[in-house]
Design a protein around this ligand. Structure first.
Ligand code: KG4
Ligand code: ZN
Length: 347
């Protein structure tokens, strides 16, 4: 029987603690299914991701998630036209599970294998289901990264600036840990911030000596720590106020930095992605910025913010297959170039 679907990409992401598979139909620009199996419950008792546990969970979860994604999309294995998989960055053991699965599947079906960079996939995730609004200023804000990119096209991505220490997601997770609120911290702190007074505590994001392109969030973590230490008595109210004050400071600093990069006039679109793009205040303020400035602001859909394979399958349509599946891990589709300022500085 001839292949019914000419452009059906299977995406796989197993870079951290989510096993995710997705199916993207390129000719219709349609996401057919995006299945995410979260390991949060497995890692929660440890207050963070345990790499060895995560890779074992991926091995257990992958076959079932694969069956589910095919069923949800009403697709047969033979219909797949290519397999895209995250090859970097991520936890090595976890990446290997997804890559091995993808290699075996591509070899069995004799279809191309497309290596994908996880960060680049996040960058394009606000555009899933349509065309990317090129050129755009991309902000990836997640548990591991907080960085701005200038994206001219899918093959021309420039790192413009980034945090020199903690990522914003990491700051949220560590704050929640210090306050004994649970894991992952982002959604909990966000929720508590809703009922708090954002002016209760005066936090500030320090300037970074290396230049305006850079950001630093570790000082905020220390400020939260000292505030908690010096507080005569903690209550639900002080916790909410602290979360609200922290959230206001973080969001303000991210959007101020976005405005700094937008000053060049090169970009008409700001695209925000990554786990922290789920944040209610960041989403609201970013959309307000768009309304006030006439700028087009695209924030990834909540289900495409935290790690998912939809973004992997989506980006794969713009990428070439690996020349040889055997070298797929070393053939990372790294398209990001660092701007001049990074040479000899941040690397
Ligand atoms: O993109 P992601 O799933 O993983 C990485 O690639 O790092 O992002 C996970 C991060 C975690 O740090 C989590 O606390 C944060 O995203 N996060 C949030 C919210 N939801 C998830 N941070 C702030 N507010 C949220 N609502
Ligand atoms: Zn991610």
């Amino acid at each position: 029987m001839p292949n019914q679907r000419q452009n059906l990409i299977l995406g796989i992401d197993s870079s951290c603690d989510e096993t995710s598979l997705a199916l993207y139909e390129v000719s219709e620009q349609k996401l057919l299914a995006n299945v995410i199996s979260s390991q949060v419950k497995v890692h929660a008792p440890y207050g963070g991701v345990v790499p060895e546990l995560a890779s074992r969970q991926h091995i257990e979860n992958l076959p079932a998630v694969f069956a589910t994604v095919l069923r949800e999309a009403s697709v047969a294995v033979e219909d797949l036209s290519s397999v895209a998989v995250t090859v970097t960055p991520g936890l090595m053991g976890c990446l290997l599970v997804g890559v091995s699965f993808a290699k075996a599947l591509a070899a069995r079906l004799k279809i191309p294998l497309i290596p994908i960079n996880h960060l680049e996939a996040h960058l394009f995730s606000p555009f899933i289901g349509g065309k990317p609004a090129l050129p755009f200023l991309g902000l990836v804000v997640s548990g591991g990264h907080t960085a701005f990119y200038g994206v001219k096209n899918p093959d021309e991505i420039t790192l413009l600036g980034q945090t020199v220490d903690d990522a914003v997601g990491e700051l949220y997770d560590k704050t929640a840990k210090m306050m004994g609120l649970g894991y992952p911290g982002g959604p909990i702190v966000d929720q508590m911030a809703q009922s708090g007074n954002p002016k209760a505590f005066a936090f500030a994001v320090p300037k970074v000596k290396m230049g305006r392109e850079f950001m630093s969030f570790s000082g905020l973590k220390t400020a939260v720590n000292l505030t908690l230490r010096d507080m005569p008595e903690r209550s639900a109210k002080t916790d909410e106020d602290l979360c609200a004050s922290l959230q206001k400071t973080v969001v303000q600093s991210l959007l101020e930095k976005a405005c700094y990069f937008l000053e060049s006039g090169e970009y008409q679109t700001l695209a925000i992605s990554g786990g922290v793009a789920m944040n209610s205040l960041l989403r609201a303020r970013a959309l307000e910025l768009g309304a006030d400035s006439g700028l087009s602001v695209c924030v990834a859909l909540p289900e495409h913010c935290t790690d998912n394979a939809a973004m992997v399958a989506y980006l794969a349509q713009f990428r070439k297959p690996a020349s040889h599946p055997g070298v797929v891990l070393t053939q990372a589709s790294q398209k990001i170039q660092a701007r001049e300022i990074f040479r000899g500085r941040a690397g």
